[in-house]
Design a protein around this ligand. Structure first.
Ligand SMILES: [Mn+2]
Length: 201
């Protein structure tokens, strides 16, 4: 069975480059799914946005995950596109969970454009994004898109009992004063480092 893992980070819609990379690493397409006789990919999130072949990238990754030839953790871009398209519940000031500001519109523009003619497929992909774990632990390593914060992970597991989010948690997850928001911010975006002169990164 699997004797090793190949970790692949932010693909950002570069579907053809992903194919090149997989083939160079000894993966080949069998029964429609890229696979390796002995190895397994761990995708580190951010499959969507920016690149020219976002749909292709999503399908390659999802097919590999569903066939057991890859694992994945969620990136901030998957979470963002889901909240960008989720209507806010009554009582919230904004129509969507993620505000449609010029900056946010620009970030998801390529993804929306490339899925525009495939609405049903896009909805299924968005549902799949929500099933993606936020963090994963293996025997000898751990994976997370941005920052592994053990205390916050323990607290999350205590509160929610799993390593993923569900649709009904999304409204709370955009409230900046909630644990859920702070947890996702840490897992998916990382931590802020203070620099001299009041700057940060
Ligand atoms: Mn990212």
């Amino acid at each position: 069975m699997h004797q090793g893992y190949d970790l692949i980070g932010d693909i950002h819609g570069c579907g053809l480059t992903l194919i090149d990379l997989l083939e160079q690493m000894g993966y080949s397409k069998r029964n429609g799914v890229y696979q390796h006789p002995k190895r397994k990919v761990v995708f580190l999130g951010d499959i969507v946005d920016r690149g020219p072949n976002i749909r292709l990238a999503c399908h390659i990754v999802r097919d590999m995950v569903e066939a057991g030839h890859a694992d994945i953790v969620m990136g901030n871009h998957e979470y963002n596109v889901v909240t960008y398209l989720s209507e806010a519940p009554a009582g919230m000031r904004q129509p969507f969970l993620r505000p449609h500001t010029p900056r946010n519109n620009f970030i998801v523009e390529q993804t929306l454009e490339q899925f525009a003619n495939y609405p049903q497929e896009f909805n299924e992909m968005l549902d799949w994004f929500l099933t993606i774990p936020l963090f994963r632990e293996y025997e000898h390593f751990r994976v997370v898109h941005a920052c592994w914060d053990h205390q916050m992970i323990d607290e999350y597991l205590r509160r929610y009992g799993s390593n993923h989010i569900t649709k009904d948690m999304l409204p709370e997850s955009v409230q900046t004063d909630s644990f859920l928001y702070q947890f996702l911010d840490r897992m998916l975006r990382g931590t802020s480092l203070k620099l001299p002169d009041g700057r940060s990164m």
